[in-house]
Design a protein around this ligand. Structure first.
Ligand SMILES: Cc1ncc(COP(=O)(O)O)c(C=O)c1O
Ligand SMILES: N[C@@H](CCOP(=O)(O)O)C(=O)O
Length: 482
């Protein structure tokens, strides 16, 4: 299997090559040349597999340059109940992603039982092991440059702590994350972990990651890689739990389901889109945004109008405070019939857009608009009051506490679901990460694992910086030993 860029101007590469490369040289994102297809016989055989075996079955279709025995060993040591054991006391950790049924036909897929209490651990733990494997083979080092709105950062740092030959430089929006999220990252004192708080929003931080990655000479000289969903390895690992969730919520492979996905950088739902393209019977992909509703607007109207930092709100689902969803480019590539030239044209307008009043591009009325229906997306938006109400209702009716992002997904999922389709809402974090909002909704604090008691009181190590790419490059260079 070879991988090509959404901008159509980079040479095709193998899975291992793009794992370490991150962004494609033409500024695009890598995707498989063709999506591998899953046959009915495979679906039948996969239905009863353990998470690790299912991960192997799915990922062996993508990581075709990793010998089977090596890939099997990597997934077996990644997806264990010892690593994914931080959820509720009654969660079945042996499932890795247990399915919690609220009422028949409405489920929550628990994805946040990993070390940092967010769904990012599902892919990041694997990525850490894949990086170590690939770097060992090549006797190489990797300097990871990432951007986080709160959860990718801690997941990456926990996954890469103490890993041979890996350093992490993680950009986060200064003062915009929850106290728990800040503490989880900034309290790490490991020598290979560098936290940099950027005076700006997540989008500024992600732009800086892309700017450094697009300086090819700097990237090569400093061995820069990425752990954001820019990295195909992240997206491919996220595809697995769509299969797992589907099997858990259905009795047979004749059934269709709806997935509801709280969305920010479009990585999670992009994995769902790819699972559907591979042949998983998904009848509806429901995208939920918070008040930062660029993606909801696109799916409703066809206009893509990414907002600037000034028009990106700080909300109580802060990890989704994103207005320029990176992975949306992967979906648009499929939408325009995998035409790299068209994507280049669209994204040159996105990069040039100076005002939020006009759309960077608008597909309403075009062939793409008619094509869009084939991809089975629906969308909606959830506000602060909606998420408080959802958190309260879930707690009062089912005794289940959900975090603000999962609440956004539930609210929109219940609103948009097609009658007759079982609804699987993806849980993207545990409530412990967002104590302030839980207290506001319920008047009580969420539980947290013993190991995370009092982390807000630990000493923190963080560098504060303006959104200045030159300054960032100088910082990275100064922290890489010669
Ligand atoms: C808790 C949480 N929910 C939802 C999202 C949105 O996911 P995505 O960016 O993959 O769309 C994120 C961040 O990405 C997150 O951290
Ligand atoms: N919400 C994310 C933002 C980055 O998303 P990614 O999937 O591209 O890493 C976060 O928590 O950092």
């Amino acid at each position: 299997m070879k991988y090509i860029s959404t901008r159509g101007q980079s040479p095709a590469k193998t899975f291992t090559e793009i794992l370490l490369a991150g962004l494609a040289p033409d500024g695009g994102l890598y995707l498989p040349e063709e999506y591998p297809q899953v046959t009915r016989a495979e679906l039948d055989a996969w239905r009863t597999l353990s998470y690790a075996d299912l991960a192997y079955a799915v990922l062996s279709k993508f990581a075709t340059d990793i010998p089977a025995a090596d890939l099997q060993a990597i997934v077996a040591r990644t997806y264990t109940a010892d690593i994914y054991n931080n959820g509720r006391a009654d969660s079945d950790f042996s499932q890795i992603t247990p399915l919690r049924t609220l009422v028949p036909g409405v489920h929550i897929l628990e994805l946040s039982n990993g070390p940092t209490l967010a769904f990012k651990d599902m892919a990041m733990q694997l990525l850490g092991n894949l990086f170590e494997y690939a770097l060992d083979k090549q006797h190489q080092e990797l300097n990871i440059l990432g951007a986080t709105s709160g959860d990718t950062g801690s997941a990456a740092e926990y996954a890469m702590r103490g890993k041979r030959g890996i350093r992490v430089f993680m950009l986060s929006p200064n003062g915009k994350m929850s106290a728990f999220q800040r503490a989880q990252m900034y309290s790490l004192q490991d020598e290979n972990i560098h936290n940099i708080a950027i005076n700006g929003m997540f989008d500024d931080a992600q732009d800086m990651v892309k700017a450094v990655s697009n300086d090819h000479a700097y990237k090569a000289a400093h061995k820069i890689g990425t752990v954001n969903s820019i990295n195909w390895g992240r997206v491919s690992a996220q595809i697995v739990y769509y299969f797992k969730g589907y099997f858990a919520a259905t009795q047979s492979n004749d059934e269709q389901v709806a997935f509801s996905v709280p969305s920010g950088n479009f990585g999670n739902i992009c994995a769902g889109h790819i699972a559907r393209m591979m042949g998983l019977p998904i009848g509806q992909l429901i995208l939920a945004t918070n008040e930062n509703d660029v993606l909801d607007e696109f799916f409703r109207t066809g206009a893509y109008r990414p907002r600037g930092t000034d028009h990106t709100y700080q909300t109580s689902s802060p990890s989704m405070d994103i207005s320029k969803a990176s992975n949306f480019e992967r979906f648009v590539y499929d939408l325009v019939g995998r035409d790299g030239e068209k994507v280049r044209e669209f994204w040159s307008r996105v990069d040039a857009a100076s005002s939020t009043d006009t759309a960077a591009f608008d597909i309403k009325g075009s062939d793409c608009w008619h094509e869009l229906a084939k991809f089975k997306f629906s969308s909606g938006k959830s506000t602060h009051l909606d998420r408080l109400k959802t958190i309260r209702e879930l707690w009062e009716e089912y005794g289940v506490m959900v975090d603000p992002h999962t609440a956004d997904g539930l609210k929109v999922g219940l609103e948009q679901r097609r009658p007759g389709l079982p609804l699987i809402c993806l849980e993207t974090a545990l409530p412990a990460k967002f104590e302030e909002t839980i207290v506001e909704a319920l008047g009580r604090k969420p539980e947290r694992p013993e190991s995370m008691m009092g982390i807000e009181e630990l000493p923190q190590k963080v560098e504060v910086m303006d959104a200045d790419v030159m300054q960032l490059k100088a910082f990275i260079s100064a922290h890489i030993p010669n």
